[in-house]
Design a protein around this ligand. Structure first.
Ligand code: IMP
Ligand code: MG
Length: 222
């Protein structure tokens, strides 16, 4: 079906002649569509990293990690949900036996700014004592989430602990936290896609972009 044709009819004012009973339905469906509200791509003001760039980056980081973790007991910990797409690309580029575990940490809700409140919603399934832990994140912003997490995991006695993040916003840091592996440093912009969300949406975009300001609801507590 081609929405444009119907939209043209509405715009030309001939609507009531041709579709007297469908006026509201067509306006709702097709004008809405024409404004791009059903198309996630149109919500972005720019693309930061393409699917191809992200794949190459995952490969580079995977090679580095493979070289660094020879003969270690590597446990990769993915921070859900944001890290899941990056993590799935990354671990396929790590050519070593590894264990995979996940945590769910909450610090944001629907807001784009850190609340400073960090909670573990899902803990690890396995013990990490004596293991070489690699935490995989989508993005480090204030650093509050990971600094809390590092402290918490440290008490469980891992042999080592490192952080790998796809994106880093160093200008927003509130605590000292330096990722050991970093895909890209970005300025203070709200990124979505490739696992990253705004209000739980946009995670399935295959690239990373920046949301247009009109799609960000200002509801900040900090
Ligand atoms: P931090 O504790 O402030 O470092 O927050 C880290 C978490 O906030 C990340 O794991 C993301 O889930 C979320 N976050 C921070 N910045 C962004 C962003 O630009 N886009 C999407 N999520 C973000
Ligand atoms: Mg995250």
């Amino acid at each position: 079906m081609t929405p444009i044709w119907h939209v043209d009819i509405i715009k030309n004012g001939n609507m009531h002649v041709f579709f007297p009973f469908f006026h509201k339905a067509y306006v709702d469906k097709y004008l809405h569509c024409e404004r791009g509200e059903n198309n996630m791509h149109d919500h972005l003001c720019k693309i930061l990293y393409s699917k191809e760039q992200l794949q190459t980056k995952a490969q580079e980081l995977g090679e580095q990690i493979t070289a660094d973790y020879q003969n270690k007991s590597l446990v990769v910990i993915g921070i859900l949900k944001g890290a899941v797409i990056f993590l799935s690309d990354l671990i396929r580029e790590i050519k070593l036996p590894l264990e995979l575990d996940f945590m769910v940490i909450s610090s944001y809700g629907k807001s784009t700014h850190a609340s400073g409140v960090v909670r573990i919603l899902k803990d690890l399934d396995k013990d990490i004592a004596g293991k070489d832990v690699l935490i995989v994140e989508d993005i480090v912003d204030t650093g509050l989430t990971l600094s809390y997490l590092k402290e918490n995991l440290h008490t469980r006695g891992p042999a080592s602990m490192k952080i790998c993040t796809l994106l880093d916003k160093p200008s927003r840091r509130k605590v000292i936290l330096n990722p050991d592996y970093r895909g890209y440093s970005i300025p203070d912009e709200f990124a979505v896609g490739y696992g990253m969300d705004y209000g739980e949406r946009y995670r399935n975009l295959p690239y990373v972009g920046v949301l247009k300001p009109e799609y960000i609801v200002i509801n900040e507590q900090t």
